[in-house]
Design a protein around this ligand. Structure first.
Ligand SMILES: *Cc1c(COP(=O)(O)O)cnc(C)c1O
Length: 405
């Protein structure tokens, strides 16, 4: 008789977004006249830029003619896209990354969940707390995390690195030595960014202890500070210790279109085995490539018109971020993030728990955000607001929240 992968049964239910949905549903059923504004969404709302739409149309048309029809894409992605990525995201920033080191995929969530497959189940992972849940849950499924402590909401075989006000929401080097380190900057959910010096310290540490860093740079396009690196490969030595994940979701609105990529440098080795060859094998065996149409849309992200239009799109969201940050700060709230990321991390007032503040905001001013405790124990007492709404709704929500203090 078949048996289950029992690791799946260890996963605690992820009640965060379903609980939010239920609470908001119950409130709006009881108060149908109230206009609820949602600043909890982690999804973009602006339509695809014209340069991308026109590339999509053109590629669709090509698929309808025998001479230009394309079937399976190359495993690692089309050269036109991988070259555009290597030139624009890496060479233009002085990073020595070649097209051959880029693996095109259907997004960073899948890649961040799948990448752990090429590592032994004995490896010990280190994650930020609070954290994007995929890194931990995918390792739970693989059987790498030990047992779950319900009271503390932590796994016995995971090294948690608290990201709190005291360290500016950038973790300190862990006391125990991890094998795999997950880092995401600019960060979801805190909106914090690591400086070049801070990230260099992590690269030096990983090289010293023989750990690999899995660096999620999904929010790279939101960076405004000069001293915040866009890629981990801006740090010396990163080619021997780091894998980088990127996505077209947040910089170009591809959350529903689906496109991302992973960079695995040739020098990244375990003994004399290249991780590049293992990931290539995994990709070739289990993945048949991102759609041609979508890869052409991705190419348009790097065209002069595409770049211009997407700069404006990111600026639109960041104008929201600044309005939230400045408005709440002026009103007396303690806020961080919002400078290099579309997330504002708000300290709940009056020592309310994250969920108490959620209920309070919903009932008093009809604004929805995300309780920080949903991202990990160190998120307790915090609240995430996102800049992905419309400007009008953002202004109205902030003006309502300001009346509370
Ligand atoms: C949104 C997001 C991603 C992107 O995921 P896709 O699968 O590419 O849409 C990756 N990492 C983090 C932390 C995110 O918030």
């Amino acid at each position: 008789m078949f048996r289950l992968n029992e690791n799946y049964l260890k996963l605690p239910g992820s009640y965060l977004f379903s609980t939010i949905g239920k609470k908001v549903g119950a409130y709006s059923a009881a108060h149908p006249d109230k206009k609820i504004i949602r600043l909890g969404i982690g999804d973009v709302t602006q339509p695809l830029a014209p340069a991308i739409i026109s590339a999509l149309h053109k590629a669709v048309e090509e698929m309808g003619h025998g001479e230009t029809f394309r079937g399976y894409a190359p495993d690692q992605g089309y050269d036109f896209l991988r070259n555009a990525i290597a030139d624009n995201d890496y060479k233009a920033r002085g990073c020595d990354i070649s097209a051959d080191e880029i693996f095109v995929s259907d997004g960073a969530k899948c890649d961040s969940g799948n990448i752990q497959e090429i590592f032994s189940v004995d490896n010990r992972i280190a994650v930020c707390d609070p954290v994007y849940p995929v890194y931990v849950d995918s390792n739970v499924m693989a059987g790498r995390t030990g047992s779950y402590d319900r009271a503390r909401e932590t796994w016995s075989n995971v090294i948690y690195m608290p990201c709190v006000a005291g360290n500016g929401f950038v973790p300190e080097l862990p006391k125990e030595t991890p094998d795999i380190i997950y880092l995401c900057f600019p960060n979801n959910p805190t909106g914090a960014a690591a400086t070049r010096e801070q990230l260099q310290e992590w690269v030096d540490y990983a090289c010293k202890v023989g750990a690999v860093i899995i660096y999620d740079a999904a929010y790279e396009a939101y960076i405004s500070d000069e001293n915040v690196p866009h890629s981990i490969y801006e740090c010396e030595g990163a080619r021997t210790c780091a894998i980088e994940l990127r996505s077209f979701s947040k910089n170009a609105g591809f959350t529903g279109v689906r496109l991302g990529f992973t960079v695995v440098p040739e020098e990244l080795k375990c003994g004399d085995v290249q991780l590049h060859s293992l990931w290539a094998r995994r990709h070739g065996t289990k993945y048949n490539g991102a759609p041609y149409i979508v890869q052409r849309a991705g190419e348009a992200v790097y065209s002069p018109e595409g770049k211009e239009q997407l700069k404006a799109q990111v600026a639109y969201y960041m104008k929201n971020a600044h309005y939230i940050y400045n408005g709440l700060k002026a009103a007396g709230f303690t806020v961080s993030g919002g400078v290099n990321a579309p997330y504002i991390w708000l300290k709940t007032p009056g020592n309310m728990t994250s969920w108490e503040f959620f209920d309070y905001l919903l009932e008093k001013v009809n604004v929805v955000g995300t309780p920080g405790s949903g991202f990990g124990p160190s998120g307790e007492g915090y609240f995430r607001l996102t800049a992905f709404g419309s400007y009008e709704n953002t202004v109205e929500a902030v003006d309502r929240i300001r009346t509370l203090l």
